[in-house]
Design a protein around this ligand. Structure first.
Ligand SMILES: Cc1cc2nc3c(=O)[nH]c(=O)nc-3n(C[C@H](O)[C@H](O)[C@H](O)COP(=O)(O)O)c2cc1C
Length: 331
C-alpha cells in the first residue's frame, strides 16, 4: 500500500486536487468526511507568503479533522521558496506540495507553475533545496511537459524522486493544452513502469466517474487518483468511487437533504473560519455546484446569493430542503 513518507495510505488512495478558490478548509473537511484520503490546499504564492500578504497567509489555515493535508506552494525563486517552506511549516501540515503544473500566464511568465517545465534543471534544483530544508515529506504536482514536443516526464519524475520527493501527482496534459482535449494517462503509466521509480505515482485529469478511477488503477497501474473537478459541489464523489471499487455497484446519489446539509455545513464552517461577511460572500460560488442538475432552481439560488446575511441563506436552504426533501437529481 502506498506511503507518502511515513504517511500510510490505503490501497489506491483518492486525493483531493488542489483547486484555487475551491479547496478551502470547509470543502476539504467535507471531502475528507466523504472518503478523500489526502487533501491539498489551493496553491499559495511563495512571494505572497514572504511578504505576509494576508490573502496568502489565510490560505495556510488547516483543520485537524482534514489530515493528512498538504499545503501547496508555487514560485520560481529559490530564496522565496525556502522562506515559504519555513512559513508553511508553522501551520504544521503533513505534506508540502510544490506546484509545477499551473498553466496560467501570470504564473508561467515568472517561470513558476508549469513554466518551470521549460527549465528542468531549475525544477530539480528548487525541489532538492526544498526537500533538504524541511523534515516534512515534499510532493510534486506537475503536467506531462510544456508542450507535445517536450514530454520528458519519465526522466523528470525520476530526477525529482532522486532528489527526495515522496510522491508525484501528474496531470495528463501539457501546459500548452491547458484544459483542452482529453487527459492522456499513457505517459503517467510510463512513469510508473520505470523500474527505478519507487515513490507513489498518482494520476490526475478527467477522473469523472468511478469507472474512470478503476481504469486508472487497472489499465494504467497507477498508485492512486487525484480528483479535481468531479468533486466540486460533489464531495460524495470519493465515497462513490470507493463504493464502486468495493462492490462493483454504484452508490445511491445524495438526496436533496444531503446536498442541502453539505451546503449548510460549508457555509457554517466558512462563517466560523472567517466571519459572517466573508463567509457568506465566499461560499456563494459553491452553490451552483452543490445544486447542479435541479430543474427551475434559479429562484432559490438567487435567494442564496443576493443576501449578505447568513440567516437569509440558511432560510433559503431550509426552503429547498422542505420543497425537495428526499428527491434525488442526477448532476
Ligand atoms: C477551479 C480550479 C482551480 C485549480 N487550482 C489549482 C491549484 O491551485 N493548484 C494546482 O496544482 N492545480 C489546480 N487546478 C488543477 C487541478 O488540480 C487538476 O490538476 C485539474 O483540474 C485536472 O484534474 P480534474 O480533471 O480531476 O479536474 C485547478 C483546477 C480547477 C478546475
Amino acid at each position: 500500500m502506498p506511503k507518502i513518507g511515513d504517511i500510510q495510505l490505503p490501497e489506491f488512495p483518492l486525493l483531493l486536487a488542489p483547486m484555487e478558490d475551491v479547496s478551502d478548509p470547509p470543502f476539504r473537511a467535507l471531502c475528507k468526511e466523504q472518503g478523500a484520503d489526502v487533501v491539498y490546499t489551493e496553491f499559495i504564492s511563495s512571494e505572497g507568503l514572504i511578504r505576509d500578504a494576508a490573502k496568502s497567509v489565510m490560505k495556510l489555515d488547516i483543520y485537524e479533522k482534514e489530515r493528512p493535508v498538504g499545503i501547496q506552494i508555487f514560485g520560481a525563486n529559490l530564496d522565496s521558496m525556502l522562506r515559504s517552506v519555513e512559513i508553511v511549516e508553522k501551520s504544521n501540515p503533513d505534506i508540502i506540495d510544490i506546484n509545477f503544473g499551473c498553466p496560467v500566464k501570470k504564473v508561467v511568465s515568472k517561470n513558476a507553475g508549469a513554466g518551470i517545465l521549460r527549465d528542468i534543471p531549475l525544477m530539480v534544483k528548487l525541489t532538492e533545496a526544498m526537500v533538504k530544508h524541511t523534515n516534512l515529506p515534499v510532493t510534486v504536482k506537475t503536467r506531462l511537459g510544456w508542450d507535445n514536443d517536450s514530454i520528458k516526464i519519465v526522466e523528470v519524475a525520476e530526477r525529482l524522486q532522486d532528489v527526495g520527493i515522496k510522491a508525484i501527482a501528474i496531470h495528463g496534459r501539457t501546459r500548452v493544452q491547458m484544459y483542452k482535449g482529453n487527459a492522456d494517462w499513457k505517459p503517467i503509466a510510463q512513469v510508473k513502469n520505470n523500474p527505478r521509480m519507487h515513490i507513489p505515482v498518482f494520476g490526475n485529469g478527467d477522473v469523472d466517474s468511478p469507472e474512470m478511477a478503476v481504469k486508472m488503477r487497472d489499465e494504467y497501474g497507477l498508485d492512486g487518483a487525484m480528483i479535481g473537478r468531479a468533486s466540486i459541489g460533489n464531495p460524495w464523489f470519493f465515497n462513490q468511487v470507493k463504493h464502486y471499487i468495493k462492490t462493483g455497484e454504484h452508490m445511491a446519489l445524495p438526496t436533496m437533504t444531503e446536498r442541502v446539509s453539505a451546503a449548510r455545513r460549508h457555509l457554517q464552517m466558512s462563517i466560523d473560519w472567517k466571519g459572517e461577511k466573508l463567509g457568506v460572500f465566499e461560499t456563494r460560488r459553491h452553490y451552483t455546484n452543490y445544486f447542479k442538475g435541479i430543474p427551475n432552481f434559479k429562484e432559490y439560488r438567487m435567494k442564496m446569493v443576493t443576501s449578505d446575511h447568513a440567516a437569509d441563506v440558511f432560510a433559503a436552504f431550509d426552503e429547498v430542503e422542505q420543497k425537495f426533501g428526499d428527491h434525488v437529481f442526477a448532476r
